[in-house]
Design a protein around this ligand. Sequence first.
Ligand code: HXC
Length: 524
Amino acid sequence: MSTHGAGTTRERIDALLARRAELVAPEDSRAVRRQRENGKLTARERVEALLDPGSFTELDALARHRTHDFAMDRHRPAGDGIVVGHGTVDGRRVCLYAYDFTVLGGSLGEVNGGKIVKLMDLALRIGAPVIGINDSGGARVQEGVVSLARYGELIKRHVEASGVVPQISLMVGPCAGGAVYGPAITDFVVMVDGISNMQVTGAEVMRTVTGQEVDPEELGGAHRNSAVSGNSHYLARDEKDAFEYVRLLLGYLPSNNTADPPVYAATEDPGPRPADLALDAVIPDGRNQPYDMTEVVRTVLDGGELLEVQPLFARNIVCGFGRVDGHSVGVVANQPAFMAGVLDIDASEKAARFIRLCDAFHIPVVTFVDVPGFLPSLEQERHGIIRRGAKLIYAYAEATVPMVTVVTRKAYGGGYGVMGSKHLGTDVNLAWPTAEIAVMGGDSAVTLLHRRELAAADDPEAERERLRAEYEQQLCNPYIAADRGYVDAVIVPSETRREIADALAALRGKRVDRLPRKHGNIPL
Ligand code: HXC
């Protein structure tokens, strides 16, 4: 295309319109055909699918790379392989960028990287969430260190935006290098089954360097990253499902850290509904019998709607968003139906990061406790459960948002202390009559305290049973903690929804001042 710098005014306007038409015209290149064969949408289709119809304003659509090496000057597509701009989701402004894999593998160079940097600066000025749609081979090899420098600048923006505006990364293709480390810094990573892949070192390089043959799906596939490594917060069925998850997430979040999350109309009947009354029967009589904590959580949330974050990772703890009387809350809940709800490294890190996100964006934290403690395990100790479990304690103790905790059953030892206990700064602590707030369960306590009596007993099993019953009777209840004000009230389970709603309403104006400091030093 010529530069269209001459001619009448009409001719110049027509030239611009021609450029615009070219930009959005559906391409039929080999790369676009391959994109479709791989079951992927194009960058523009993705932007359209995510945003409210017709709301997209594109920026820097005409920017083109300036590289001459490697015959690059023969192909200088407008936009340089990244679609950038802003639009609305459910009427609220977001800034977004979408890598176009059909242009040099969605690689990032000086010019297209500059477009994202500029967009992020805008997002910070206007206080809008940033959504990145990633489908990219990372730093553009032909641009060498210049592309690495751009990635550095971009990643610095992600860090500056952290805790200021929500940042969400969609991984919708193979992503490598900067295209995974940038997203890793953002608040949420969403992957799509079958098309997303993210890893630091690809399978081919791994084979070359280490001689190890690895299946790319096993290495960096969406399922692996969502269920095992925890790099991804949601495994979407397809791109449509991924966009829907992002839209739902945004509905719980404020646009930035100076705003509050959107408030919806309170829809629930305040009186005890059948679902509330069902909570009175949810705890099994057998102390070690499992039950599904999400049933309890959903009963408390408007419409029973819980949007889980990392639902496949560390399933022994549930983290997610919901609403109480129309206001966003973040829920953290031990899950007795999975590994008895024990706390391990993954669960601690999952919950710690979630609580810090809620705290950064003024979302109250509601905690449901049924935890036997930290997982006793050689492997866990070796992998640093002390330092990594400490993140969870740190996150609760650091948070200044309204916090409400409900102990449904076990709250033993470190588990009691960590899971939103009064002593860490939780505002309202409630317990069900089935709560067992103690240093440890009956079996462990009897073994520890009565070794000699048991060894000397005529019938050790009967003696163990007697001692256990005595210990449980004395210590495994909520009343000793209530006696000292460590729990504010012991409530009937069916009262839980109303009690939480009342507590959160009272806490809406909560303000906490902290001593000035540069930042704390959370154990990483
Ligand atoms: C330039 C690239 C590219 C890149 C892909 N392409 N990655 N061009 N720079 N980084 C081009 C390919 O040459 C190819 O061009 C087209 O994009 C499609 O790529 P394919 O390899 O055919 O696609 P696929 O088989 O789907 O594999 C995708 C891929 C692979 C897994 C992403 O392309 C890949 O491994 N790319 C390199 C990844 C990488 O090592 N990047 C550098 C990371 S360093 P043609 O013309 O054949 O269609 C980094 C540092 C960041 O990012 C620093 C942060 C601080």
